[in-house]
Design a protein around this ligand. Structure first.
Ligand code: NAD
Length: 325
């Protein structure tokens, strides 16, 4: 069995490799070529364990994530975990790797795929609300998909963004876009063509003003529980429809469940990315509207396909350590 740590995982693949694995995951999911349970969670004292098994493409990927909201204040990451890859023919474990790195790489790639399909090819500016682990990976993929010259950042005022900016510069080198810290999200909106949100917010991050939101491409990463929400009702005045991953997202994410409950959003305006990509690759022209919105909640199939790609690439490059249990 191959054991891969963070450095080996990152050295094994490029952004393009993981985006290719994620696009394939969307297409296989649309065809029904996978067996994946709804995300199973167990919680205690506000901390949650998530278990995400998926049979797909010759492997079984299982990610186990610990989500501990109090961790950043104690110096630990918000998310940590393990990823196991088993052989789908005989069930034997084939690889074990860092679950937080898989999460960050595949979630970054989901944002990258959304940006590739929903943002204009001449996009040069991107705004990020939520300068954490997912945020830095979202920007890494954004810079790999488009020629980004301007990055706008916003986080809670008490957060020192210097360590984040150093990490970001390291991850996107040799690219050197101008990086600006915004006073508020209105300033960020006014400057950014693509806006990415990756926070644990429970209230909308932006003013409820359609004029501020119009004409942009939004990528929502944060809200994955009904009480979590990043977008105001005004978004539904400016988008034709929202793209997401699967119907369960409408129950899981407050960005979808709350406007569905209030009537601001109706199910006929909820579309699925796998269906979009399948139709687009079959040659269909799909009108997206002037303002675009991709809302991600994540799926186990992304982890399984990304882990499979990392395992295969690592083997080719002789990275990692063979161990027996
Ligand atoms: N869609 C997916 O597939 C997916 C995958 C992984 C994580 N997530 C979610 O993404 C979110 C971020 O995860 P992370 O690992 O990057 O966490 P993190 O703690 O590393 O980063 C989150 C950042 O958001 C900031 N933030 C929180 N509330 C804010 C607010 N109201 N305004 C501005 N900034 C705010 C925090 O200060 C922090 O810098 C979490 O909700 C997580 O569950 C989604």
């Amino acid at each position: 069995m191959l054991l891969l740590n963070e450095q080996e995982m990152r050295a094994a693949v490029t952004c393009e490799d993981i985006m290719e694995a994620v696009e394939k995951a969307f297409l296989l999911f649309e065809k029904g070529d996978c067996k994946m349970a709804d995300r199973y969670t167990a919680s205690d004292k506000g901390n949650t364990m998530l278990y995400m098994p998926c049979f797909v493409d010759g492997v079984i990927g299982t990610k186990m994530l610990a989500e501990f909201p109090g961790n950043p204040a104690k110096g630990y990451p918000y998310l940590s975990g393990l990823m196991v890859v088993n052989n789908a023919e005989n069930g034997q474990p084939e690889a074990i790797m860092n679950g937080s790195v898989i999460t960050a790489l595949r979630t970054g790639a989901v944002g990258g795929v959304a940006m590739k399909h929903f943002s204009g090819p001449d996009t040069y500016s991107v705004g990020l609300v939520g300068c954490g682990v997912q945020g830095v990976h979202q920007l890494m993929y954004a810079c790999s998909v488009r020629d980004i010259t301007h990055i706008y950042l916003y986080d809670v005022p008490e957060k020192d963004l210097k360590p984040f900016i150093s990490k970001l510069k390291e991850m996107i080198a040799p690219k050197t876009p101008e990086i600006v810290i915004c006073e508020n999200t209105t300033e960020l909106l006014k400057n950014s063509q693509v806006v990415i949100t990756a926070t644990q917010a429970r209230k909308p991050l932006f003013p409820n003003d359609p004029a501020l939101l119009e004409g942009k491409c939004f990528i929502g990463i944060g809200s994955w529980q009904p009480v979590m929400r990043e977008y105001p009702e005004a978004i539904w005045d400016v988008v034709d429809c929202v793209y997401t991953e699967l119907p369960f997202a409408c129950e899981e994410s407050g960005d979808l469940s709350q406007p569905l409950d209030s009537g601001a959003l109706t199910m006929d305006r909820v579309r699925y990315m796998g269906n979009y990509l399948t139709r687009k690759y079959a040659g269909e022209e799909i009108a997206l509207g002037k303002t675009r919105f991709y809302k991600s909640v994540g799926m186990g199939i992304f982890d399984a396909m990304a882990a499979k790609k990392i395992m295969e690439c690592a083997k080719k490059k002789s990275l990692g350590k063979e161990i027996s249990l």
